[in-house]
Design a protein around this ligand. Structure first.
Ligand SMILES: [Fe+2]
Ligand SMILES: [Fe+2]
Length: 285
């Protein structure tokens, strides 16, 4: 991350930023608090209609084995568990951010696919290397590019042009952003995450996923997302993948065995399959 002080100052001057609804933020915070009760969590979910609908829809989907049986948010919270509720709240947040007129179209769709797929790669990696933290890894993947969403919202076309130039010059997005603005999406994302008082692990992931060595508290989660981000681009761009644009730290590649083609193929297939299941659970009536 570079240009944090500048990003923090710029953040104060921006008129348009992704909005975080107070109930959604409260759910994210409560669902990460081991002392919070199911009742407290259900109360804050109920004050956000979209989230209430999501919780009931997912809890009643075939995926959880009791279709049509869950009638209250409290039952949903107990069935799904705190971590899944937190994922749903984060997905609701990400969806709201991306569902604005200036993000309709290619960039918005691309970003949604990127966030969800990166979350699934992070979760698959955690399944093997830190099974107890699978849901956390998923959550971190979902919000890691908060800074990009902030720049898309605030700068629109100007930021779009920056990303296009980065692709044409085959340079990392963060480098193109620094050239254009004097800071990158990690810096502005971290400034925003701190302003919203998001949990420490999320702040770290948002601020350091392109360079996990600088993570301040939760380096493990940052590494999952760093690797997942790389895997997303490698798979999404196929033959056009340029390692100089999406570099992966050697140490991280070694740790997660990212040079093993059999493992990579397994990961790609697992993510594709889970993505289908996940989306159908979310859409289920
Ligand atoms: Fe990023
Ligand atoms: Fe990313």
């Amino acid at each position: 991350m570079e240009g944090y002080e500048k990003a923090e100052k710029v953040l104060e001057t921006l008129q348009r930023l992704p909005a975080m609804s107070a109930p959604v933020l409260k759910v994210i915070q409560l669902a990460g608090d081991p002392d919070a009760s199911a009742e407290e969590l259900a109360d804050s979910i109920r004050s956000e209609p979209t989230l209430t609908a999501d919780v009931l829809r997912v809890a009643n989907s075939a995926y959880y084995g009791v279709p049509g049986q869950v009638t209250t948010v409290r039952m949903g919270v107990i069935l799904l568990g705190m971590a899944t509720i937190r994922s749903l709240a984060m997905m609701a947040a990400a969806h709201t951010w991306l569902d604005q007129p200036e993000l309709h179209g290619r960039r918005g769709r691309e970003m949604w696919d990127h966030l969800l797929t990166t979350a699934l790669y992070a979760s698959e990696l955690a399944r093997k290397y830190a099974p107890a933290f699978q849901e956390e890894a998923f959550c971190c993947g979902l919000l890691h590019d908060l800074g990009k969403i902030a720049l898309m919202t605030a700068l629109g076309k100007q930021y779009d042009n920056t990303l296009t130039a980065a692709a044409q010059r085959r340079m990392p997005d963060v480098a193109a952003e620094r050239m254009a603005f004097g800071f990158d999406h990690e810096a502005i994302g971290l400034a925003l995450a701190r302003k919203w008082k998001l949990p420490e692990m999320l702040c770290d992931v948002i601020g350091f996923h392109h360079d996990p060595r600088h993570a301040e508290h939760k380096r493990d989660f940052v590494e999952f997302v760093h690797a997942a981000d790389y895997l997303y681009w490698k798979q999404a761009l196929g033959e056009n993948f340029a390692p100089e644009r999406w570099p992966v730290e050697e140490e991280v590649a070694f740790k997660f065995e990212l040079n093993d083609p059999t493992w990579l193929q397994y990961l790609n297939e697992a993510v594709e399959k889970t993505k289908k299941e996940f989306l159908s659970a979310l859409m289920a009536a």
